[in-house]
Design a protein around this ligand. Structure first.
Ligand code: AMP
Ligand code: GLY
Length: 429
């Protein structure tokens, strides 16, 4: 089949790599892609938010399936656009309808959904601008720290954890007064959960689901999880503390009720559900839902997937996922991101990348990389990810870190402690 993949990051390079390995994939297009996806298929210069242009391309090039990497086209309704067009409605879109993408697109809606279906999550209240005074009152009596979340998409910046009440009130007011634009028209005030985070992924056909390997990502820029949040500095899979007992709870309390909730509410959803979870004293809670795969988690999850991804997506599209059993690689996969100096603040682009030929034993997934003549140059904050397999975490990490040190570009930075907190993990910890 001919597949069009939307997106341009490390996640999409990992998708393109995995899709292109399938004999079921005759031709792969990536819009707009990056220098890495260009080696797996054909990049096409289309904006993933320009639905008309995407639809035209799909028809003109006999595309059989659309796979959506990032959330924004989904939240804006690309599934619905295809579904409402007589010429496009027979083309499966891997990704939820707009109604399903609200799981990610509105944190207040996701919270209500979890309440309706009894899914464990932090207690909360949501406020809109006309409830400013009521909200400030509520904050004054809220235990610390307080988690504030802008309701809508805010490019990963919409969550602020406040250590004192004055800061919380100021931030709350700023959000409702437009700090994140329309995303902050409503603000969720949430109790702080103390625990350890991990990510779980399901592929659902709207009724059945299969679970992918779990992962843990490292969001902070600095070692020992210090400093600002980033798009993700690295990831590992599997996660040592996610044992059989934890998986059983995750599936029974969170995944199954979520999929059943979507089904019962008649929300069309054929795609990935990302569960951002936190284990608190051995019990899982939902921190957030995303309506797509994670980045950089995909860079470790897909390399551990042995099943043909195209076959899995075909089952998803046909509603026959109950017939599929996913096979996973028992090895550990780790990924370490090289980022531009200054990121996640301001940084320069266009730095020459050298040393890629000396990388041995790791997969290289490009995010912010483009070609300039014969040269590869940096083109974003997160530049590339080095994914390695190992018999255990330590061995995989050693390869990712060794290869990270071989690649050079002006201002290169990476965390040398990805996965270190998990290396000597004991169930008693
Ligand atoms: P998000 O932008 O939704 O991914 O949230 C960013 C980060 O904020 C999460 O990865 C958590 O580390 C943290 N966070 C969000 N909600 C909570 C909560 N209720 N308790 C503790 N930490 C949280
Ligand atoms: N790794 C977190 C995300 O993709 O949102």
């Amino acid at each position: 089949m001919q597949i069009l993949l939307l997106g341009a990051g490390g996640r999409e390079h990992a998708f393109a790599w995995k899709l292109s390995k399938s004999k079921r994939c005759k031709r792969l297009f990536i819009a707009p892609g990056n220098a890495g996806t260009a080696a797996c298929g054909e990049n096409v210069a289309l904006n993933p938010l320009d639905f008309e242009a995407i639809g035209r391309f799909v028809i003109e090039n006999s595309v059989d399936m659309l796979v959506v990497g990032p959330e924004e086209p989904l939240v804006r309704g690309i599934w619905d656009y295809f579904n409402q067009s007589a010429a496009l409605q027979h083309i499966p879109v891997i990704g939820p309808s707009r109604a399903g993408a609200v799981l990610e697109g509105s944190k207040a809606w996701a919270k209500q959904f979890m309440m309706r279906h009894n899914i464990p999550t932090a207690s909360y209240r949501a406020f809109s601008a006309d409830q400013l005074q009521e909200g400030l009152e509520y904050l004054a009596h809220h235990p610390l720290p307080i988690v504030l979340k802008a309701d809508g998409l805010a490019a990963g910046k919409g969550v602020v954890i406040c250590e004192n009440h004055n800061e919380a009130k100021r931030e709350f007011k700023d959000m409702l007064e437009g700090k994140f634009g329309a995303a902050g028209d409503r603000v969720v005030v949430e109790a702080f959960l103390k625990g350890i985070e991990f990510s779980v992924f399901a592929l659902t056909d709207g009724k059945n689901y299969v679970l992918l390997p779990e992962a843990k990502d490292y969001k902070r820029i600095g070692e020992k999880d210090k400093g600002l949040n980033t798009g993700g500095m690295g990831a590992v899979s599997p996660v040592p503390f996610v044992d059989a007992a934890m998986w059983e709870q995750v599936e029974r309390k969170i995944v199954a009720p979520t999929i059943k909730g979507l089904y019962d509410e008649k929300i069309p959803y054929k795609g990935f559900v990302f569960f951002g979870l936190i284990a608190v004293n051995g019990e899982p809670f939902v921190i957030e839902y995303n309506c797509r795969m994670g980045d950089p988690e995909t860079e470790v999850v897909l390399p551990r997937l042995k099943t043909d991804l195209v076959l899995a997506l075909q089952h998803c599209a046909k509603g026959t996922l109950s017939k599929l059993k996913l096979r996973t690689d028992p090895r550990t996969a780790t990924t370490v991101f090289l980022v531009s100096g200054g990121y996640p603040g301001s940084y320069e682009k266009g730095k020459t990348i050298d040393g890629l030929e000396s990388v041995k034993g790791s997969l290289v997934f490009y995010a912010g990389v483009k070609t300039a003549g014969e040269q590869l140059v940096t083109d974003g904050g997160r530049v590339l990810a080095l994914t390695s397999y190992g018999k255990d975490l330590a061995l995989a990490l050693r390869k990712s870190n060794r290869n990270a040190s071989k690649i050079q570009f002006d201002g290169k930075y990476y965390r040398r402690d990805i996965g270190k907190d998990l290396q000597n993990w004991h169930p008693s910890k």
